[in-house]
Design a protein around this ligand. Sequence first.
Ligand SMILES: NC(=O)c1ccc[n+]([C@@H]2O[C@H](COP(=O)([O-])OP(=O)(O)OC[C@H]3O[C@@H](n4cnc5c(N)ncnc54)[C@H](OP(=O)(O)O)[C@@H]3O)[C@@H](O)[C@H]2O)c1
Length: 362
Amino acid sequence: MTFTLNFGIVGLGGISETFARDLLTNPLDRGVSDVNHKLVAAGSSSDKKARDFLERVGASSATAYSSYEGVYNDPNVTVVYIGTPHSHHYHNARDALHAGKHVLVEKPAVITADQMRALAQLAQQKHLTLMEAKWTRFFPMLKEIENKVHSGVIGDVKQVHADFGQTFTGVSSDHRIFNLNLGGGSIMDLMPYPLIWVFSVLFYHPANKLCKPSVRGATCIKNQYGVDEMTTALLKFPGIDADAVLSSNINVGSISTLVVRGTHGELVVNDLPLSRPLSYEIRLRDTTNPNPDDQQRKTTTYHHPIPHHGMHWEADEMARLIAAGESQSQRVPWDDSVLSAELLDDIRSQAGIKFPAAIESV
Ligand SMILES: NC(=O)c1ccc[n+]([C@@H]2O[C@H](COP(=O)([O-])OP(=O)(O)OC[C@H]3O[C@@H](n4cnc5c(N)ncnc54)[C@H](OP(=O)(O)O)[C@@H]3O)[C@@H](O)[C@H]2O)c1
């Protein structure tokens, strides 16, 4: 039996459109037959924007609302996908949960860790499913990399360098990325992805035993709008005795995005963006040669094409969780979202980025 999940979407910007298109693809294209999705409602700042959106993505029979409340209160809607700027996620998610809807909220789910704790508590009280839309966690390629690194293919992991740079130079100055009131800057927009990868290969490594990392330093360069244009953070994972360098940049796009260094070699993602790479390499040293400078290296490349954009996998996860009556995902549990929000709080604080109190409130 196929379980069909009825989605409502609020905040009809760029990523909501990508998500909606993926939602409406044929699950069989990705080998999925147990769940399917329907887009039944969309809520926006204007009725016309909602109708145009639904028409564009091929869901013109869905209901268009000129408010988000219309979606929250629509009895046909089972789950609300929130695609507003980060500054609005907490309040939108809270309103949807209060209305009795399950919630899939874009990354970063919140501005502060306290907000994530409050959302998790509310979802638990109301027996509703809540998940941060960390779509990359559901990619088959990420799972394969996780398995290889955890099973010691590159030896003991010692260091990770994860970088996400994306050029926003052609974007108008009133874009949310340049607005502190909307949680702008590279830390909140891009750093969640270096964190996703570092969590996968280090935090969830069995040897780490879920030991929390600490931020040993973070610094940024601000632009003329006062948001961080570029940030670098150093993290220590004491449980596995490994370090991570995380960087994000809204000025320069990066192609080489991830290097995982182990005692036998490296796993390298030489593909962009870090949110959706399609290939990786494993470079192994000939460790039988005692001189590291003379060791031969063997490189193998692995390709993982993604059917459509790849956001459907997180939608499938929501459908399976709701069908099973589960409040949270094992791949993106609430503790995962709280931990990434705590680290982002710390990185911002050490880098000297302060948001207006209004968007940090609980
Ligand atoms: N998963 C990913 O790969 C990915 C990629 C990009 C972005 N994101 C995340 O998704 C969220 C939205 O990003 P986006 O690039 O889609 O943003 P966007 O294109 O600017 O759209 C955001 C939408 O939110 C609504 N909104 C409500 N209050 C707003 C305000 N004060 N200012 C601007 N818009 C407001 C608007 O929709 P209405 O007019 O319809 O209400 C707007 O179209 C962000 O949190 C971002 O981090 C995720």
